[in-house]
Design a protein around this ligand. Structure first.
Ligand code: ADP
Ligand code: ADP
Ligand code: ZN
Length: 219
């Protein structure tokens, strides 16, 4: 199964990706997590990406596409994958679809986790992440079992450097201008599945599984 996740920053893509990846046994590939890890480790890729990410801007297409194409060349994604946060521009979408077609494969679905900006502004200040495993928590809506520590690996949780109000506004603008055109792009291809991302985390997961199962039955 090949699935992509679309949605504004803070929609819950990473949170839901963990559940989808477990249920369908497909690797979860998050471009955001890969960039963040590279920034923490101070790699060349991290250095290239950092200033864009800090300002709430997208990392340039050539850097991002290169990264994803290399990742999709690896053996563990032959049977499928879940792309979280890619594609994010029309050009990235075209390149991905071309690559899938060339490989004689199909994209099964583009899941749009739809959340209005007002909810996003409310959610972002409470997000806490584990830099070690990428897990995402929320002080109010999804707290860890032990305050300040990751349930999965026990590492300390942190705020994300780009979750302050100014960067969030920029990211919402970038989403509207550069990523939203992809909604229509996948709608035309009859691949778009719209999910109401304003509900509780478990309810969102249920809706995703329901929509994905109708898709399997069609095949
Ligand atoms: P994204 O990967 O789309 O940026 P995350 O999965 O990191 O989003 O979620 C953003 C924040 O919102 C996190 O703090 C997460 O715990 C919280 N969150 C995720 N889904 C929901 C939901 N359905 N309701 C309330 N908060 C949520
Ligand atoms: P969010 O939680 O806001 O959805 P991510 O964790 O997916 O963000 O990504 C963090 C940052 O990494 C983005 O704000 C952007 O700067 C960069 N990034 C992630 N994916 C892409 C992409 N496909 N194209 C360009 N930049 C990206
Ligand atoms: Zn962790």
């Amino acid at each position: 199964m090949r699935i992509i996740l679309l949605g504004p920053p803070g929609a819950g893509k990473g949170t839901q990706a963990k559940f989808i990846s477990e249920k369908f046994g497909i690797p979860h590939i998050s471009t955001g997590d890969i960039f963040m890890r590279n920034i923490t480790e101070g790699t060349e890729l991290g250095k290239k990406a950092k200033s864009f990410i800090d300002q709430g801007l997208l990392v340039p297409d050539e850097v991002t596409i290169d990264l994803v194409m290399n990742r999709l060349d690896q053996a563990d994604v032959e049977e499928g994958y879940l792309l979280d946060g890619f594609p994010r521009t029309a050009y990235q979408g075209e390149v991905l679809c071309r690559m899938i077609r060339k490989g004689g494969q199909v994209l099964d679905a583009a899941l749009l986790i739809d959340v209005p900006s007002s909810y996003i502004r409310e959610r972002m200040p409470g997000r806490r992440i584990c830099r070690f495993c990428g897990a995402s928590y929320h002080l109010q809506f999804n707290p860890p079992e032990e305050v300040g520590l990751c349930d999965h690996c026990g590492h300390e949780l942190a705020e994300r450097r780009d979750d302050h109000a100014e960067a969030v506004e920029e990211r919402l603008k970038v989403y509207e201008e550069q990523t939203m055109p992809l909604i229509e792009f996948f709608e035309k291809k009859k691949l778009l599945l719209r999910i109401d991302g304003t509900k509780e985390i478990e309810a969102v997961t249920r809706e995703i599984f329901e929509k994905l199962s109708t898709l399997e039955n069609h095949e």
